[in-house]
Design a protein around this ligand. Structure first.
Ligand SMILES: N[C@@H]1[C@@H](O)[C@H](O)[C@@H](COP(=O)(O)O)O[C@@H]1O
Length: 241
């Protein structure tokens, strides 16, 4: 694992954009695994600026998002589909048909999960997977549990995740209780993983996930077994390691 220390959120976001842009330059048709949450927003802003300055093009990029809340339509302002449009896709030249996200409105959820796994396979897997870190150690929406889940699945969100994500909703009751998420297989098979962490409240989990035992009770700990992981964080988030 490579650890990159950034002074603050802005520097972390710039360094993340550097890594993403280097990947796109190396392979303009890269498959990027993309994440939501507040942590990557700065990196997406940087990517938009660099696109506007003609420093990077997304014309051949394929984007595969990690997860989506169950039951929300893509036009719902709380959906991750909407988040990706608002923070990145609407402002760069990525083709809409190259932006993928699990469909939480599919009639047959099992079939949708299989479709998403087949889709990632058909794209040749993920070149660079961007990740955030949940306060309980989740990645995507792979919540703590007895086993690591391999494929895309429907997950019941834990109480701590519902609490953590309620800040994005006007009422706690509005936070969806379920989500569709990719499993660990495409993340572990990604050629490179870039995990971003910012803020003091992530510091204990960074320590547990990367320096504690590998256990499904701390889903991100599986990344200790990945051959090419970059942990990029600001000083506060990396303060306990
Ligand atoms: N499903 C997302 C995760 O992909 C994200 O990493 C996590 C952390 O979010 P934040 O970056 O806002 O702390 O939140 C959500 O639950």
């Amino acid at each position: 694992m490579k650890i990159i220390l950034a002074e603050n959120y802005l520097e972390m976001s710039r360094k993340a954009a550097d890594i993403l842009c280097a990947q796109i330059t190396l392979k303009p048709s890269s498959v990027l695994g993309l994440a939501t949450g507040s942590t990557p927003i700065g990196a997406y802003q940087e990517l938009v600026s660099r696109y506007q300055e003609n420093k990077v093009s997304f014309s051949r990029i394929r984007a595969v998002n990690l997860d989506e809340y169950q039951g929300l339509s893509p036009d719902d302002q709380q959906s991750y589909a909407y988040f990706m449009r608002r923070h990145l896709f609407d402002f760069v030249n990525i083709l809409p048909e190259n932006c993928h996200i699990p469909n939480p409105q599919a009639q047959d959820v099992k079939e949708e999960c299989l479709r998403y796994d087949r889709l990632i396979d058909s794209l040749g897997g993920i070149d660079l997977q961007l990740l955030g870190l949940g306060r309980n150690g989740h990645i995507g929406f792979n919540e703590p549990g007895e086993t690591f889940m391999k494929g895309t699945h429907c997950v019941a969100l834990s109480q701590s995740t519902i609490e953590a994500n309620r800040r994005f909703f006007s009422d706690k009751e509005e936070v969806p209780r379920q989500a569709l998420t990719v499993g660990m297989a495409p993340i572990m098979q990604a050629r490179q993983v870039l995990l971003l962490v910012s803020g003091k409240d992530k510091a204990p989990m960074v320590k547990e996930a990367f320096f504690g035992p590998v256990t499904p009770w701390v889903p991100a700990s599986i990344l200790q077994l990945h051959k090419d992981v970059i942990l990029l964080g600001d000083q506060a988030a990396l303060s306990e390691i």
